[in-house]
Design a protein around this ligand. Structure first.
Ligand code: CA
Length: 226
């Protein structure tokens, strides 16, 4: 898991980085909220360890901004202020956990491991393909962060395609995958569902290719202009 440490105290920052690296995390460090905002905007992190007291923008303000734009990266807040109000404030802003300085290394590692575990569980419930996201638990789909209406059959066909990105899936394979809920579905019906999926997904740049005589293939998502 990749961890971004946002800490302006160089000694503490270095200690945290070394500790996490020894535990097998890929740890990077920045000294300000502005740099953290930039880094998280450009790259994917599994966790941000965020100090509250920073030069310039403080940690709480950065956290507030991230949650306001839907940036859901897990955040562990480090605060020197042990006032209950601050902890509650941080958690209300969308922090996943907090630690009060000074803290024991073992406690930090235990909390980081707990957040990593939760993130793993959640991501297995969520499928993402470019701008498309399927929340498997809630059975909700979104495209470009807008709700996407996907009836059950289309959902199931799409799931089969998502399991096989860049691999050809035959109509028969799709029928087999969905026949528990629709025993009499014909391979031709698959065409109907694929065509409905296409009309919904293609405007967002998601391509389901027809491979003549074989079936369909969901192409790897390439952002426009990439
Ligand atoms: Ca600080």
């Amino acid at each position: 898991m990749r961890v971004l440490i946002v800490e302006d105290d160089p000694l503490l920052a270095d200690g945290l980085t070394q500790t996490l690296r020894r535990q097998g995390y890929r740890a990077d460090c920045v000294g300000s909220a502005e740099k953290a905002e930039l880094a998280v905007g450009q790259e994917e992190f599994g966790l941000v360890i965020l100090d509250v007291g920073l030069p310039g923008m403080d940690g709480f303000e950065l956290l507030r901004r991230w949650r306001a734009i839907g940036q859901a990266v897990p955040v562990l807040v480090l605060t020197a202020r042990d006032a209950l109000g601050d902890r509650v404030f941080g958690l209300n802003l969308g922090a996943d956990d907090y630690l009060t300085k000074p803290f024991a290394t073992e406690e930090l590692l235990a909390r980081v491991a707990a957040i990593a575990r939760r993130a793993r569980n959640q991501s297995s419930m969520r499928r993402v393909h470019g701008p498309l996201a399927l929340d498997m638990g809630a059975r909700r789909a979104s495209l470009d962060d807008k709700p996407l209406d996907l009836p059950m059959r289309e959902w199931t066909v799409l799931e089969v395609l998502l399991d096989n990105v860049e691999r050809v899936v035959s109509k028969e394979q799709i029928v087999t995958a969905v026949c528990t809920w629709e025993d009499d579905m014909s391979p031709n019906a698959v065409e109907v569902y694929v065509s409905r999926l296409r009309s919904k997904l293609e405007p967002a740049g998601i391509v389901i290719r027809t491979v003549r005589g074989f079936g369909y293939m969901l192409e790897a998502f390439a952002p426009p202009g990439a």
